[in-house]
Design a protein around this ligand. Structure first.
Ligand SMILES: NC(=O)c1ccc[n+]([C@@H]2O[C@H](COP(=O)([O-])OP(=O)(O)OC[C@H]3O[C@@H](n4cnc5c(N)ncnc54)[C@H](OP(=O)(O)O)[C@@H]3O)[C@@H](O)[C@H]2O)c1
Length: 281
């Protein structure tokens, strides 16, 4: 990874930070994105200290808004003239109540799907300027993700923790399928880390206690997930789905081309609406 230009969204905490530390140790030039600037600067300082690599910068941005994702893409262009690796890890937001962003999007869907859709699209030419570009999305994991109900993608009909996790994960699965089909010159990984002791799971004191006791054998550390991510990126594999390892897994069920195309067009329509344009026909 030495000298490779790498963006890690959500690289300031949890799985993203664990991956960033490892990538910095291998000599990558890193740009990390997160919302909280104090946390971001602290993460950069920690990564520099533990890796001995000073090529780590932080970009503040709330990627749940379309205009912010575009702004982040513009900032990335100012930092790098090519992009070897894009890791989508920002997310893990599943509010109890259905919450809408200023774009009118359900918050988890906005960050877990739309940000990934738009940022990858905006950085395609930068990725193509790299000799072997790779895009890795940390998602729910294809084999466990469930089905997408296109009428309830943003919890319009019913909203709940499980529903939103399954829906956003599955939407990411379909996105990966479509990206693999559309952009064969770029390697796309959809990586499911399993149940990880990070993010919302450990912010809740009861869950933290459970995860560190009876739940420990069934869960993994952020560092283990970071190891998988680096194993994938370090010796490039074929595009596809990887769950809890750097070995390819069975593709998710029911990823028919029509659903992948529909998911893609849904993303395009959201972008067009946020830009005040008509959706492509
Ligand atoms: N933990 C699990 O068991 C698990 C399982 C499957 C998949 N995943 C997925 O893995 C990813 C990382 O999860 P994690 O457990 O490592 O979460 P985490 O520890 O909470 O870290 C989330 C990261 O995303 C950033 N972030 C969150 N919302 C953002 C926004 N709107 N704009 C920009 N950055 C944002 C956070 O930075 P700020 O706090 O500064 O915003 C932080 O750096 C998520 O997409 C999650 O869905 C996690």
């Amino acid at each position: 990874m030495k000298g490779q230009d790498i963006v890690v969204t959500g690289g300031t905490d949890g799985i993203g930070k664990a991956a960033a530390i490892r990538l910095a140790k291998l000599g990558g030039c890193l740009l990390l994105i997160g919302r909280n600037p104090d946390k971001g600067e602290a993460a950069v300082a920690e990564i520099k200290r533990t890796s001995g690599n000073d090529a780590v910068v932080y970009l503040q941005g709330d990627l749940s808004l379309v205009k912010n994702v575009r702004h982040a893409a513009a900032q990335i262009r100012e930092t790098f003239d090519r992009l070897d690796v894009l890791v989508h890890c920002a997310g893990n937001i599943f509010p109890r109540q259905r919450t809408l962003t200023a774009d009118g999007l359900e918050l988890s869907f906005a960050i877990q799907f739309m940000a990934r859709f738009i940022l990858t699209d905006q950085l395609l030419d930068l990725l193509r300027a790299a000799p072997a570009p790779q895009v890795l999305s940390v998602a729910g994991g294809g084999t466990i993700a469930g089905r997408v109900d296109f009428d309830n993608l943003q919890g319009e009909k019913s909203y709940g923790f499980t529903q939103v996790i399954k829906t956003t994960s599955r939407a990411c699965d379909l996105l990966t399928f479509e990206q693999i089909a559309r952009y064969p010159d770029i390697t796309f990984y959809n990586y499911g880390p399993g149940l990880v002791r990070s993010g919302q799971i450990v912010k809740n004191p009861l869950m933290r206690a459970l995860m560190n006791t009876v739940g420990r054998p069934f869960s993994r550390s952020a560092e283990q997930a970071g190891d998988d991510i680096v194993a994938l990126l370090r010796s490039p594999r074929s595009s596809g789905f990887y769950v809890k390892s750097a070995k390819p897994n069975d593709v998710p069920e029911s990823a028919d081309p029509a659903s992948c195309k529909r998911m893609w067009e849904y993303g395009e329509a959201v972008v067009a609406k946020a830009s005040g344009r008509r959706a492509p026909q």
